[in-house]
Design a protein around this ligand. Structure first.
Ligand SMILES: O=C(O)CCC(=O)C(=O)O
Length: 171
């Protein structure tokens, strides 16, 4: 598809960032391995027919924002920032994020910020780890290129098992 055609198909917000499955661009995304710290990624063992995408190339313009979310299948994520900077707020697994999108007069700034597990600016060359089930919101501060990989290992397998069961053996 021509880039101009792609631009016609996506909304204005989406034009600020392109997230694609990394394997589609082996010449850009090949030649690297997951940090050994995270251990073998069990996503690699799921048959390709049922395995959801889990490796992404993310190219974003300055100002692009990714709203508050957790990874859809419950996996953990690491994001390696190759260029540019990203600002992050990461919440703990037990944060009640369902209350955040709305304005709550009774939630003080102290209460809100006390729920943040980590906030900071990721610099180029840094890898950020987001544990399973931790909601996060991300603002791209400079035009940036990143590789993001969702992963399952023995630390988060109990958390993700129900999602995996539904994926592999749909009712
Ligand atoms: O880089 C971004 O804008 C979002 C990254 C993210 O939220 C993720 O990989 O889960």
């Amino acid at each position: 598809m021509a880039f101009s055609e792609y631009l016609d198909r996506v909304s204005w917000d989406e034009r600020l960032s392109v997230t694609e499955e990394a394997d589609k661009f082996p010449h850009l995304t090949g030649g690297w391995a997951s940090p050994s710290l995270f251990g073998p990624n069990l996503y690699e063992t799921i048959p390709s027919g049922v395995c959801p995408p889990f490796k992404y190339l993310i190219v974003s313009a300055s100002g692009f924002g990714t709203p508050l979310h957790t990874e859809p299948d419950g996996g953990s994520t690491w994001l390696a920032l190759l260029s540019g900077r990203k600002r992050w707020l990461v919440f703990p697994q037990d944060a009640d994020i369902t209350t955040f999108p709305n304005y709550h007069e009774d939630m003080s700034a102290h209460e809100f910020f006390s729920q943040v597990m980590w906030e900071g600016v990721q610099e180029p060359g840094e890898i950020l780890y987001v544990p399973s089930g931790c909601a996060h919101v991300v603002l791209t501060l400079d035009a940036s290129v990143a590789i993001s990989v969702d992963f399952i290992n023995d630390t988060n397998l109990p958390f993700i098992a129900p999602h995996l069961r539904a994926l592999i053996c749909p009712q």
